[in-house]
Design a protein around this ligand. Structure first.
Ligand SMILES: [Zn+2]
Length: 488
């Protein structure tokens, strides 16, 4: 949005300037999505394209994908394809690759605001306008918000997106965090007991929330009650846990665990039941072997109980000295106002100065090994960018970086793409309609310049993002948030 549009929006919000607000309304009626739509033909053929279908299968060259009224009607060899469907618009995508729309599983609609030292944790500033655009621009067509600080805002933007009033992915809105005392984020409700946990779940399910997340200081009793209530309402619950270990949470019936072993405190010596130890991650980095019997047994428990793990390597990388790579940071720079950008650079160099004392590189290696072993044991690994920390990982950009880091961790590019697409869809129970490129599914696909199976960094080269068969121009969506991310 340009400055004039911003001004018009502000004036009409204040009830000033009738002429301007009428103009703004007329503009809105002309579809607010129109400036970003590149393809909108009811019948469309993506011809001569390389397909990475999201199942982990090898890329297939020279394919034809037929899209009819928002759904994938056929996926076939271009050479074997017969006559084009009547009235089809045909796109020759020679040299390009198409992957399924990413199913992002840790995708907040907020950003960490700068805070003073008197605050224990962080404050989330809602990115109601910019985050959905960046997710869609990066190829994320479905996103779980994985912990909300403004649940009404998240529910309202979901309605706007679904109604075609705002660009963005299909949202699985997560409820406000289920947290104990004291909360890391002051915007969180502090649970007072199991009855309060049940009451909170019931209320927000009624308001339209479709998934749940327990947080670091929740008590074991409250977590148990929350899990039972969420399941009774037919939904799923994940956790970024600390006060409860992974094995214990799996036994309680949790569905998913955020971040991986880096936040599992069950191996910390002297840990007190129901308390979050301060040094869990450091101890793990220095003393716990990923092939040790206790870790194997935890993995076994998760797999047996069908507990998924959400990989968030991009946000972990941001607190590793000398990371993320400057090339990645520079891709994000123009989206931020200069003050936000310089704050991010300052935080990055402070981490760099502490490099000699950092346990983070060792922890990152262990996290990567854990994720490989979890998958090798049959576990469902899903992925998301978690745009929090000190702000070095932005929505969408971070999801692409996560794919690159999964390849660094030892997954093949097609496996990494499966983790970020079909696996997330499977967790959501939506694998019949999204997550891979197959006839009958929603036409949620990303057209890339170049093949990510050859070089995973090609996932950054997004040209068009299709959601329900409508193709959005990635560059225009990114341009529309220039200088705004971190403000809204
Ligand atoms: Zn998070």
């Amino acid at each position: 949005m340009n400055n004039r549009a911003v001004l018009m929006g502000t004036l009409s919000a204040l009830g000033l300037g009738f002429g301007l607000s009428i103009a703004a309304r007329a503009q809105a009626q002309a579809s607010p999505l129109a400036p970003y739509i590149r393809e909108n033909a009811p019948v469309l053929v993506l011809d001569h394209v390389t397909v990475i279908d999201g199942t982990g299968a090898a890329p297939q060259a020279d394919m034809r994908i037929v899209v009819e009224h928002g759904k994938i009607a056929a996926v076939e060899k271009a050479s074997a394809g017969g006559a084009m469907p009547a009235g089809a618009k045909v796109l020759d995508l020679t040299g390009k690759t198409v992957i399924p729309g990413l199913v992002g599983m840790h995708e907040h609609l907020f950003y960490s605001e700068p805070t003073s030292s008197s605050l224990r944790g962080l404050v989330g500033g809602e990115l109601v306008d910019t985050a959905p655009r960046l997710y869609l621009a990066a190829g994320v067509t479905t996103a779980r918000t994985t912990g909300s600080i403004e649940p009404y805002t998240d529910l309202n933007i979901k309605k706007d997106i679904d109604a075609g009033r705002a660009p963005g992915p299909k949202l699985d809105v997560t409820g406000p965090y289920l947290e104990g005392n004291p909360p890391l984020i002051p915007q969180m409700h502090i649970l007072t007991g199991p009855e309060d946990a049940r009451r909170m779940v019931d209320y927000w399910v009624g308001e339209g929330v479709t998934s749940w997340k327990a947080y670091m200081d929740i008590s074991p009793e409250d977590l148990k009650a929350a899990i039972a209530e969420v399941h009774a309402r037919g939904e799923k619950i994940t956790g970024h846990l600390c006060s409860v270990g992974f094995t214990e949470a799996a036994d309680m019936g949790i569905d998913d665990l955020e971040h991986g072993i880096s936040v599992d405190t069950e191996f910390t010596p002297g840990r007190k039941e129901g308390e979050c130890p301060a040094n869990g991650a450091e101890y793990l980095a220095e003393h716990v072997a990923m092939d040790s019997a206790p870790v194997r047994s935890m993995i076994h428990e998760l797999v047996q109980r069908h507990v998924a793990v959400t990989s968030t390597l991009a946000v972990f990388e941001s607190i590793e000295p000398g990371h993320p790579p400057m090339a990645f940071m520079l891709r994000e720079r123009d989206a931020m106002p200069p003050t936000v950008w310089s704050g991010v650079l300052t935080a990055r160099s402070m981490i760099q100065e502490q490099a000699a004392n950092s346990y983070r590189p060792a922890l990152m290696k262990k996290e990567m090994q854990f994720e490989r072993e979890f998958v090798a044991a049959g576990g469902l690994l899903i992925a998301g960018c978690d745009p929090t920390g000190y702000g070095a990982v932005l929505p969408g950009f971070g999801d692409q970086r996560n794919l690159e880091l999964l390849v660094d961790a030892g997954f093949t590019p097609v496996e990494a793409i499966r983790i970020a697409t079909l696996n997330g869809a499977t967790y959501l129970g939506k694998e019949a309609s999204i997550g891979s490129i197959a006839a009958g599914k929603d036409a949620d696909m990303v057209v890339l310049e170049g093949n990510p199976a050859e070089k995973i960094e090609n996932v950054e080269k997004v040209e068009t993002v299709f959601k329900d068969g409508v193709g959005y121009d990635s560059a225009k969506l990114i341009e529309s948030v220039r200088g705004m991310v971190g403000l809204r």
